[in-house]
Design a protein around this ligand. Structure first.
Ligand SMILES: Nc1ncnc2c1ncn2[C@@H]1O[C@H](COP(=O)(O)OP(=O)(O)O)[C@@H](O)[C@H]1O
Ligand SMILES: [Mg+2]
Length: 254
């Protein structure tokens, strides 16, 4: 059976243009700890073009994870204020900061794939289920069960691609760190996201294992995947098309 493409019917799917796939402007994020305000992002501007791989470099605590979470719709930017230019995150022309809950939900579940430093796999599920569950989250249970066989086929192909075709029935606890990250990458790709966001994907791995994960990212990039990789490691960053640095809450291009 041929694999079904993930459903893409939404306003986000029809507004592609020649411009950047994602364009964030004037992004601010201030954490509040009681009465103390911690400004982390102080007006970030970032454009991501289709097919590009961008490394976001910055010291620990500079706001890299915060920025990636905002770009992926996992957290809210500060609300517009009178004393700062208005913030926006344009994804294929739709401003996610003004989008309906439904549009934002579609973006999060289907358009973006997220890879975390510590994998965030579900321990009770098998490798295969950890990947297919993300397809269920994107389509809803009804559509998932209607297309279950094709979705499983697609998940198995992805797991083969990341080198885990022989481990699909294992639980995450039975895998090494590098293997867990490969599962997480397959999970991030199952809905064919327009944008892959990775937060220090090799930060918890030894050098050799990390290098093989970076090879996998390079391979994905060569096949056209648009991606943003957060890292504090210059050599990881140097493998990307473009490096931006997060300094004092703003992006500096290099
Ligand atoms: N939920 C939170 N509440 C309060 N402060 C936070 C929260 N998340 C992050 N911070 C603070 O924001 C700053 C940036 O954090 P983060 O984005 O995780 O940096 P990085 O990923 O570059 O190490 C740090 O000083 C951190 O302590
Ligand atoms: Mg971080």
């Amino acid at each position: 059976m041929t694999a079904v493409a993930p459903p893409k019917a939404s306003p986000l799917a029809t507004s592609a243009s020649d411009g950047p796939i994602l364009h964030a402007q004037n992004l601010r994020k201030t954490y509040k700890l009681g009465r103390i305000k911690v400004p982390v992002l102080r007006g970030v501007d970032l454009q991501i073009r289709t097919g590009q791989s961008i490394a976001v470099l910055g010291a620990s605590g500079s706001g890299k994870s915060t920025l990636l979470h905002l770009l992926g719709g996992l957290d809210h930017a500060d609300k517009p204020s009178a004393d700062a230019p208005p913030p926006s995150i344009l994804f294929k022309g739709t401003d996610l900061l003004k989008a309906s809950t439904r549009t934002l939900d579609t973006f999060r579940r289907r358009r973006v794939g997220f890879v975390f430093q510590f994998y965030h796999l579900l321990p009770e599920l098998s490798v295969l289920q950890n990947v297919t569950v993300a397809a269920m989250a994107a389509t809803g249970a009804f559509e998932y069960w209607a297309n279950r066989s094709a979705i499983r086929t697609r998940a198995m192909k992805l797991l083969e691609r990341v080198g885990l075709g022989h481990r699909i029935m294992h639980r995450p606890a039975e895998l090494s760190g590098g293997e867990r990250q490969r599962v997480a990458i397959a999970r991030a790709l199952i809905n064919e996201p327009d944008l892959l966001l990775a937060d220090e994907p090799t930060g918890n791995l030894d050098r050799n294992t990390g290098a093989s994960i970076l090879d996998l990212f390079s391979d994905l990039h060569r096949s056209g995947q648009t991606m943003v990789v957060v890292t504090h490691d210059e050599s990881t960053a140097s493998r990307c098309d473009r490096i931006v640095r997060l300094v004092d809450g703003r992006v500096q291009n290099s």
